[in-house]
Design a protein around this ligand. Sequence first.
Ligand code: PLP
Length: 409
Amino acid sequence: MALVNEHFLKLPGNYLFSDIAKKLNTFKVTHPKQDVIRLGIGDVTQPLAPACIEAMHKAVDEMTRKETFRGYGPDQGYDFLIEAIIKNDYAPRGVQLSNAEIFISDGAKSDTGNIGDILRHDNSVGVTDPIYPVYIDSNVMCGRAGVLENGRWSNVVYIPCTGENCFIPQIPDRRIDILYLCYPNNPTGTTLSKQELKKWVDYALANDTLIFFDAAYEAYIQDPKIPHSIYEIRGAKRCAIEFRSFSKTAGFTGVRCGYTVVPKELTGATLTGERISLNQLWSRRQSTKFNGASYITQRAAEAVYSPEGKEQVRKIISYYMGNAKLMKEELESTGLKVYGGENAPYLWVKTPKETSSWRFFEQMLYEAHVAGTPGVGFGPSGEGYVRLTAFGEHSDCVEAMKRIKTWLA
Ligand code: PLP
């Protein structure tokens, strides 16, 4: 008899997006003629940059010839991509990294979900709240989150980010072993200044806390003062692992490529206090359980850093950020309080008159025929908010705003 990992049974039955899909289905069945504009799910809509497509075609052609065919690649990624990352994403920000500190992967979901493999099950966990659900669910699966009591996991410290504290998480009054930070933030679309991020790095260094810094949306930062990488803060290499993704940067949600930075000086401890290199553990974990992103994909990712690729990707991001600007202005003109949308593709909308997230979601669906995502699905502090994304077609965003304005008028 195979015994199951019973921690999986603790996970709430329905994932947020399947709950939403069910509600949308019910609406479609009862209103078959009414179209719905979906501003909920965070997938991109614009095609890949031509430079990436060209690089993929070239890589496919290489696969057709014996002399240029590629089989298994290097465990942690091809040097051509790793070097392009260091040269373009880090060196210009004054961050020096070696090739062995970058691990190419199939995206940030796998890496943020798998990173817990290299840590004991009884570390305490801290998250800013609301949060990308993968951080918590992956800790539930290995028993690290504890038990669910009134919508909160017993071994997770929730650090609230709401309109009351301008979405700036306050340093907790106790120590935490592992802390997840995501900036620019999904779902709130807010960012942290260098000074605010430094407080967390200082906290981590003082408390021997390991920070997981998810920078999947760094390409959307418009304000030059906002840090793109946690390593822009002095000392962060001794306390943080950073996750990056080409998904939202360059439309790779279907292609799949990302990377994780594990600095050489970063260590964790054994129970006896011996310090162990996390770079070595992650390298061992990945070479055992992961066989690399495809050569074709890595060539496409490399093309993001070519002069043409950079320009094309910049235009796509501007397209989405143009949507965000329009949505923010239009929603604010109705009197709604709207956060984010300036350095991130997400708008975090406060529901009026204390309406619950789900209630507002349903009202907007049934009365304006626009679908968002209920904020409470991202954690207890998301109650009373709805997330809208700027990843849609521009014409859909315009029409959605028209509908919402008519509805709220
Ligand atoms: N991290 C955050 C905060 C995200 O919002 C997402 C996707 O929505 C991911 C990671 C996953 O990215 P990837 O497509 O690289 O797996």
